[in-house]
Design a protein around this ligand. Structure first.
Ligand code: EPZ
Length: 417
């Protein structure tokens, strides 16, 4: 496994451009299969997950070409397959986002049950329940989810505002006959971006970004050029990096409105922030107040910034508490941070963080994408050298990670084992 070696004690300073959103690009790439012709996507992050999704689309018959660093062409001409190959699907949970497009467009889909991961079981029950409500015959056997049948519009209540289930059912409803209503839908900005992309192609979706999304079935879509929104989680990770190192960083290509919960929490602990229309200036300090955080579906505090905030609060002047309400097992990084001197006690869905004066470099292991980012952040603030292994997780979701952070004054070296 490759590892990063981080030299602690460097203040971040300078300007960095935030990449396109991983969690918008992935469903939009899946949706591009729903039309014939060439779709051109701009501001696509060139990361392992996106490249893997590209290979999955190619296995289904699409032609996927990088036109330049962040511009992607997806060409669909004629028949597309209905099954995702296990060897690729197992690498990428988001391969489950092909369920809706294929079931909606072809009337049949066969996708690999995404494996659970270290943050939780991540079931697909809400996706399956919604497709069944729309008239699909759905079976789950031999590690596959199979959906068959022409879809009818239906009123569907989501027991939990699942991002993936909202995306899959919204895409499935585009070609369903009649009207579909998704109640208690997820409201993340990535859902709105997907709906905007689908509507640009000729879909009729209203209410994305609210908890009631209405979709009127259409006959076909046409290919478009579309630019993906900036990645609010990458932006938030940089903001926390500026804070934890006491540095001063300007983030460009951000949508501050998408970062409201993080901006509020950073201000609460004492970080200085200036918002511009598409930029954010973050001024760190030497010490921070503690705070309490509850992760919630958007517009609540995002679970994907929970681990990075754990790192920041590890050095706050007082005791903080974080409650993780989205995943059942997303505090694994606490054990790694404790190896660096953090004082964190995990009790079920809550972590109590007693701030310490200093973190110390150590050898640690990333267990998921955001845990990896948190360990880098702690390494930046720690005294001495930190080694983080399992950084393939970081490559999955942060474009040009090492180059971007080092351009801000970090000292991160990559060592291939
Ligand atoms: C998306 O995952 C993101 N991934 C995740 O980001 C993010 O953490 C998550 O939304 C929540 O914001 C992508 O968009 C590719 P969910 P998704 O369905 O769609 C439960 C990252 O680091 N649930 O909203 O899988 C589930 O178990 C990744 O970029 C069901 O119970 O998230 C989980 O506890 C990590 N039944 C909760 O809902 C279902 O059918 C949230 O899941 C579906 C979900």
């Amino acid at each position: 496994m490759a590892k990063y070696v981080v030299t602690g004690g460097k203040k971040l300073a300078g300007t960095v451009r935030v990449s396109g959103a991983k969690n918008a690009a992935l469903p939009i790439m899946a949706a591009a299969l729903m039309t014939e012709g060439e779709t051109i996507l701009e501001n696509v992050p060139n990361i392992a997950d996106v490249r893997c999704m590209g290979r999955i689309l190619e296995s289904l018959g699409a032609v996927v070409t990088w036109l330049d660093a962040n511009r992607l062409s997806i060409k669909v001409n004629g028949k597309i397959g209905s099954g995702t190959p296990y060897n690729l699907a197992k690498k990428l949970r988001a391969s489950n986002l092909l369920l809706g497009p294929l079931a909606g467009k072809l009337g049949r889909a066969e996708i690999s049950m995404p494996g659970g991961c270290l943050i939780g079981s991540r079931p697909m029950d809400l996706h399956i329940k919604g497709l069944k409500a729309m008239g699909a015959d759905v079976t789950t056997e031999h590690g596959l989810i199979k959906a068959k049948g022409k879809l009818q519009g239906e009123k569907i209540y989501l027991d939990f505002p699942s991002v993936g289930a909202t995306e899959n059912l919204m895409m499935a409803a585009v070609f369903a006959s009649g009207r579909t209503e998704l109640e208690n839908a997820a409201k993340e900005p990535e859902i709105v971006d997907l709906a905007n992309f689908l509507n640009a192609m000729g879909a009729q979706i209203r209410g994305a970004g609210t908890d009631l999304i209405r979709i009127k079935g259409v006959k076909e879509l046409r290919p478009v050029n579309y630019s993906v929104i900036p990645d609010r989680i990458e932006a938030g990770t940089f903001a926390i990096g500026a804070a934890i190192t006491g540095g001063k960083v300007r983030l460009e290509n951000v949508i501050p409105m998408h970062l409201v919960p993080l901006i509020a929490k950073l201000k609460e602990v004492g970080v200085h922030l200036i918002q511009e229309e598409d930029a954010l200036e973050v001024g760190g300090k030497e010490e921070y107040a503690p705070t309490d955080i509850k992760t919630m579906p958007y517009p609540g505090f995002p679970t994907d910034l929970q681990s990075p905030m754990l790192a920041l609060l590890a050095k706050a002047k007082g005791t903080s508490m974080i409650v993780e309400n989205i995943y059942e097992n997303r505090f694994r990084v606490a054990g790694e941070l404790k190896r660096m001197g953090a004082n964190i006690r995990v009790e079920g869905q809550a972590a109590v963080i007693v701030g310490v004066d200093q973190l110390y470099g150590a050898q640690t292991k990333a267990t998921d994408l955001r845990a990896g980012a948190a360990l880098i952040l702690a390494g930046l603030a720690a005294e001495g050298l930190s080694e983080i292994c399992g950084i393939e997780h970081i490559d999955r979701g942060y474009e040009g990670f090492q180059a971007k952070w080092n351009s801000l004054g970090a000292e991160i070296k990559r060592i291939e084992d």
